[in-house]
Write a protein that binds this ligand. Sequence first.
Ligand code: 7RM
Length: 652
Amino acid sequence: MSSGIEHVLNELRRFDPPAEFVANARVNSRAEYDALYKDSIDDPEAFWAKMAGELDWSRKWDRVLDDSNPPFYKWFEGGKINASYNCLDRHLGTWRKNKAAIIWEGEPGESRTLTYQELHRQVCKCANALKGLGICKGDRVTIYMPMIPELVIAMLACARIGATHSIIFGGFSANALIDRNQDAQAKLVITADGGYRRGAIVDLKGAVDEALPKCPTVEKVLVVERTKKGCAMQAGRDIWWHDAVDSASADCPAEELDAEHPLFILYTSGSTGKPKGILHSTGGYLLGAYLTSKYVFDLRDEDTYWCTADIGWVTGHSYICYGILSNGATSVMYEGAPNHPTPGRFWEIIEKYKVNIFYTAPTAIRAFLKWGDQWPKAHDLSSLRLLGTVGEPINPEAWMWYREAIGGNRCPIVDTWWQTETGSILITTLPGAMAGKPGSAGLPFFGVQPQVVTEEGEPVEGMHSGMLVIRSPWPSMLRTLYGDDDRFKEVYWSKYEKQGWYFTGDGAFRDKDGYFMIIGRIDDVINVSGHRLGTMEIESALVSHPLVAEAAVVGFPHELKGQGICAFVSVPTGVNVGEKDKITLREHVAKEIGALAKPDQIRFTDALPKTRSGKIMRRLLRDIASGIETKGDTTTLEDFSVLAKLREDKEA
Ligand code: 7RM
């Protein structure tokens, strides 16, 4: 098969949800899932209309889906809705008005709880302050803040008045700010005097000051005083949050917005050139975030839910803020690093707030695994009832550790596949309805039609992998790349233009039960002597060896084989490695997968280049392995020193 990526790992374990979980689950059998899924596919418009009815609309839509001009789909046209209203106001007339909306923990250890009523009050004041600064419906506001409640307040305030927010992760540099402010033509930047990360203060305002001379559209800067360490304030441009917001009126009715009104832009790195501004709508996006939160996390009113993502990543948008608050649930938010002051910090937080649902990334799970069992063991994690993962394929090794060490073999794990572009989870296990399998995301969410296809667009059946496409539109899909409809069409819709399918850029394997196993980005596939290998499976094989903490595998030009395999390997703390260990690891991969997948080069390293959401930036490693300069966008890289170091390390 020309496009089949060979599937080489054989994972047979499966874990049914425990009976107690199933008994209370929202969807509690495979048959119930099948029936709901069938409804959603047989008559999508009826299904989505019914689900949209669970949100509060100030005017009902005229039509569910307008597909007359693909790929520019429109959902709920004629409908009027406000995301901030749905996250706040609609709970105020219920008993939830004094329920905790946000439980926040600062890195230095402070704790703040905002009830729905209090959060609403702060959002209204902030919204009025924004109006006072000249922000109108349709304007773009960039938000560059630490993980503090004011970040959620700011985003909901924008949503309230119809300003489109674009959140820039607080770990990015002044350069990232310049690109994004320019591309979005932002009028206002909301930031803070700093934020805490691993005990140090991140100088956010300093980066804003550095960027703004190159951001001519930005008129004002609103600054939260978080650290009180002092920062320069430019007269006429910079305003303290406490001056503008505290005195503002708490009366600010939510703007009635068109369903298609742009709620936010979120930039993701493109493989070349400038970052892509993923644009999301209000109504469709909110519906996707709301519904997946409810079903995938099986959210109930008594739950304390914690997603560890940064809000600068789409996961934080959908599953700390919009999806969780629109359900009226309690969302825990933590400012700092997972290992500050000790690698027990997350488990301490779970014990302290009696967290029931915990959602994190494989990269974090692998780090915890490496730090050792003693950290989670020192805490009472018995409140947990459900675990989730997102961001990358999870290697079975890490999945099993998560299940045992964190979930006490009791909690189902939902492996959720989605993208910034998809807005909400598209493929996952529904926790009460189906078994979890280590390394497999699972089945499509309601209304989603994924398909594994060949390069030419033929469906791949049986035990082969291929490209993952989505065959029909869904409400929370991206609407375009901000200001660049052509690039939107080119990147996502040109590959399968004839069929009208959305191209995810990921490779996947569909197993005998119909489960989708995501094998990573197609761009990362390595072609060794005509065999197309996904990097994830070789990495999984490496990580299953005790000498390996994390691995990133990339291809490099090879005279005989077309491409050779280069593995960058980080080892657990305290472990020393040498030449003979490279042989051991090569043999280990040969045993796990086959001689074909044996790395030609192994490079030991302290750390791998990652985005802040934990994705390994393989294209940077590819350049290093091939000995060429990196030309692509590096603004999403978390730690630049890692790259420099990797380049210094000589190939051995
Ligand atoms: C939510 C998010 C999207 C890319 C996506 C995949 C990878 C995400 C999973 C996953 C395997 C998963 N948005 N990815 N979730 N791969 N299993 N459960 O991560 O835009 O930042 O990244 O992440 O390659 O295309 S994102």
